[in-house]
Design a protein around this ligand. Sequence first.
Ligand code: FMN
Length: 221
Amino acid sequence: MEPDLHELLRSLRVWDPEVTDLPAFDPAAAPAEPLPLFARWFTEAVAAGQTEPHTMSLATADARGLPDVRIVMLHGADGDGWSFATHAHSRKGGHLAARPYAALAFYWPVLGRQVRVRGPVGAAPAEEAQADLHARSTGALAAALTGRQSAVLGSAQELVRASQAAWERARHAPDTPAPSWTLYRLRADEVEFFQGEARRRHVRLRYRRGAKGWVRESLWP
Ligand SMILES: Cc1cc2nc3c(=O)[nH]c(=O)nc-3n(C[C@H](O)[C@H](O)[C@H](O)COP(=O)(O)O)c2cc1C
């Protein structure tokens, strides 16, 4: 018998006190810029044992303005922006070429925290993308060399053949370039920090890039 999805959904809760700690968050004590707060929250998520804290939802829009979203890995966050890497010819690569603007969302449930980032996206110089790729695992290089991301796959065998060849090259020639592999940087013009609160008085702090620097605003939950 199929499970009753609605019943199952009603039985689930977020922020079970046995696994979730909801720290107090005082926006008045937050730094003037969002990056140091992001670094602090990221470090705290790692320390709290959050699994895969460096994965994030990446939302893009196609040429018609229709949205799409998928998970990618965060490669860095610094003065140049929030960075991630993918193939320029993938679906999201096509979106970013048509509309170079994106949104990111991180969710760290062990601390009841969410971070949202929005802004324009640009490609880093090709050498930086290749250096970033070559500093990663053999598997990451093999995946990048397999290529054809988001194209329709004819058969499972096709993938096995391409992947085997890519793993061979990645193992024996770890400097092989993956030309379409692109490092993108999102330059935030809005960053929102959300801290869950047990009585649902969730704390939301939004940083907005204004003419004279970052503007901080609290938002109703
Ligand atoms: C945990 C996780 C991490 C991922 N990291 C990446 C990544 O860093 N880069 C990437 O291109 N795809 C990554 N993917 C795959 C993407 O979610 C997606 O399937 C792929 O990039 C194709 O997306 P597109 O068709 O919208 O371009 C990851 C998937 C998961 C589940």
